[in-house]
Ligand binder design. Sequence first.
Ligand code: ADP
Length: 481
Amino acid sequence: MIPLIPEWAHHYGEFWRAIRIRNLWFIKLRYLAVVMLLAFTISGQYIFQFYFTSNQFVALLTISILILLYNIVIQQTRKYVGCIPDKFNCLHLSLIQMALDLISLMIVVYYTGLIESPLHLFFIFHMIIGSLILPGYLVYITAGIISVLFGLLAMLQRYGLVEKYFIIGLYTNNRPQTLTYDILFIIIFTLMLFISVYIANKITRQLYKREQQLRSTLEKLNEAEITKQKYIIGIVHEVKTPVTATHSIIDLIINKFVGPIDIEVEKKLHRAKQRTEETLNLLNDILRISRLKILDVKSAEEIDIVKLFESLIDKQLELVKTKSITLELNDKRAENKKIKADTILLELAISNLLSNAVKYVDQNGIIEILLEDRDGMLFIEFSDTGIGIPKDSLPKIFTQFFRASNIDRSKHSGTGMGLAIVKEIIEMFGGNIVVKSPSRIGDEQHPGTTFEISLPYNFKPNRYDIFVVNNEDYLSNRNEF
Ligand code: ADP
């Protein structure tokens, strides 16, 4: 098989993605070319005053239909052609397309006057497109073949060895054309082809090089971020160990395992235990967010979102009943389409929003969860009739450690890390989250909050998201989420 992959594109996934997209683009463009060629032939013959001989007319119609047919075949084949370098791949398909296009163009140019035909400019366009896809040497060879063929046909026509065609009404064979003119034309045409290939090749190479530089810089940045997060995890673990020990010792004393204690001391110890618990929660949240940043999220599973909601609501049921909350889950989608994401992470995000809603609504509050299909994405709306979020706090609500000014710290315990984690997860899966307050169902007394999430059903990792992994680390700690 011909070695088609340019040296600079080896092991470069983005190159293959671009080839596939460009192949599709050529297919669409070719349909347009067929329409234009048919329009040119038919309108010329019947509307405008330029005429083709029956030979020309039949040839142009036949070539239009042939282009249409091979385009349909290529379009169908494209679906089955992959991107494996050693097998027949999308790059070979590009080469076949280019060869067929050039042969067709040569025929069209020949039947419309060769040197006189204005359509020969399309050869330059093809050379530029070829340079975007194929290795330089192949495009140079192609440019050489076109020049030789073009020159040969022009000479054969000049000496009457092949028929010469004109478009009567556009130009005639009365034009005095010397041999010098023909030779000059062929030389300039050849030069134009080669210069176009040279410039297009140079630009393409530079473009890919820049992309690679950008990619490696991003990789370095991600590596630095991961090192930073690992450092944070290390420190937090160091701090967590003595806090956990302190918490256990206080617990032992409160439970009187080390002897009787005075009631005042016990009160103080309860307070101390509560503070250590808050610190532990905070440390766990920091650990969660740091681990999220170093995860490999490419392992996406198929999730039944309704089931996931139901199981998470079940876990909150006790509190929901105690506060007499009305909680509704409303799936307005035509079908319960599965979503591709990491179950644990999605659970973590949704349970955070759910527990916030339960935490921040008062007695007899309402929580409404809506599922919809919007623009091919899963749209989730969480609305409640809770305390709401003041206008000035809304822009900072997804910032780590931020808690709005209207909360009652004695009633609403928390660390201000939950929403930062939620946002991180949703964006990791290519989604988006926005907050609104008052909510859709709120009133004057209970303004409430609405969170709107859009999530793609099929999570595709962004090519620049290099969540290089410490998968073992992640898996061994998943149960902490
Ligand atoms: P936490 O709830 O632990 O404080 P979060 O990051 O989950 O932290 O939320 C950040 C802040 O956003 C909360 O402190 C609260 O002020 C506000 N908030 C989040 N969800 C709601 C809600 N459903 N209703 C009212 N305020 C909310």
